[in-house]
Design a protein around this ligand. Structure first.
Ligand code: FES
Length: 150
């Protein structure tokens, strides 16, 4: 039987270690997403609750700014909700839906994640690895998750 290599979109990319994000906190990552053969900057946030992680594009559905607008930290005071720093919209971290604020009923765009061996990986999205090395911090550069059997 012949094995075929997975398409790039099927390869999980390590974004960070699970323990790099405290529970009830979120962290942003600037990645490079490949679209139509070109690398586009792609800002995402990852929220952790215990052993679970939730990923979203870091773009508020109200005015399109990053949720960390003004240097805010992505979450409300007790860390139970995601929050936009510009006008204070609150989002359910499990669904991305805005539950209070000017974009009520709209939602953050989800980013598919898996946790593999305590690494948080993006899956189902073709990301640039080495190609964006000069544009992002070294610790934010995604790399192939080569220790999984895909
Ligand atoms: S821009 Fe996010 S709540 Fe207005």
């Amino acid at each position: 039987m012949t094995e075929t290599a997975p398409a790039d979109m099927d390869v999980p990319y390590v974004v960070c270690g699970l323990n790099e994000i405290p529970s009830k906190r979120a962290k942003d990552f600037r990645l490079g997403r490949i679209e139509n053969g070109e690398v586009k900057h792609w800002s995402i946030l990852i929220y952790r609750l215990g052993q679970n992680v939730y990923g979203y594009e870091n773009q508020c559905p109200h005015e399109g700014v990053g949720l960390d607008f003004g240097g805010e930290r992505f979450v409300n005071d007790n860390g139970s909700l995601l929050m936009c720093g510009k006008h204070g919209a609150l989002f359910d971290p499990g669904t991305g839906e805005c539950i209070d604020g000017p974009c009520l009923g709209q939602a953050l765009k989800p980013v598919p994640l898996v946790v593999l061996d305590d690494d948080v990986c993006v899956i189902g999205i073709e990301l640039a690895g080495e190609d964006i090395e000069d544009d992002v911090d070294e610790d934010e550069d995604p790399s192939l998750c080569d220790d999984v059997g895909v």
